[in-house]
Write a protein that binds this ligand. Structure first.
Ligand SMILES: Nc1ncnc2c1ncn2[C@@H]1O[C@H](COP(=O)(O)OP(=O)(O)O)[C@@H](O)[C@H]1O
Ligand SMILES: [Mg+2]
Length: 152
């Protein structure tokens, strides 16, 4: 089953507030795949999701490290991936990515299109798109694939 919602936001604050509300829906084991051009707001949303999860560390962009790990007071680890620099899925062989994706942590993945064949079928997909010529406007589409529990 797949559910979809689409929003238009006109400022970073609107996106940040939405990310905070989205964080409340996340549970251990969830995977969230982000799609969008450079500067769309993937890292920005992840920062605010992590804030919503009361993450102990301040998230930073893992463009060079591929993966950052953060901790929450509830004991759920958050793995933040950025596959911008990944050229071939084969490079992932050594990362053991399945151990992260099928586990009791929360995975937040930038440039998820680059690892499409690794993504679990149960996941959230978040597409962030620029709107018109307003640099602070974004369309954010969320698709939830998998067992759906509630509609709030
Ligand atoms: N409505 C908005 N929602 C999200 N980010 C916005 C918005 N308007 C402006 N921005 C800015 O866009 C930038 C997004 O950067 P970033 O999150 O690093 O992009 P990405 O990780 O997708 O490459 C941030 O500087 C943020 O402040
Ligand atoms: Mg980024």
């Amino acid at each position: 089953m797949s559910l979809q919602e689409k929003h238009k936001f006109h400022s970073p604050k609107e996106t940040a507030d939405f990310a905070g509300r989205f964080a409340e829906k996340l549970h251990a084991g969830d995977v969230v795949a982000f799609y969008g051009e450079l500067g769309a707001g993937k890292t920005f949303m992840i920062k605010h999701i992590c804030r919503g999860l009361k993450c102990i560390e301040e998230p930073t962009s893992p463009s060079f490290t591929l993966i950052n790990q953060y901790h929450t007071p509830q004991g759920i680890d958050i793995y933040h991936f950025d596959f911008y620099r990944l050229e071939h899925e084969a490079e992932l062989a050594n990362l053991g990515i399945d151990d992260f994706l099928y586990n009791d942590n929360i995975c937040l993945i930038e440039w998820a299109d680059k690892i499409q064949s690794f993504l679990p079928s149960q996941r959230y997909d978040i597409f962030i798109r620029f709107l018109t010529d307003d640099p602070e406007a974004r369309e954010i589409e969320i698709q939830h694939h998998g067992d759906y529990e509630e509609s709030s």
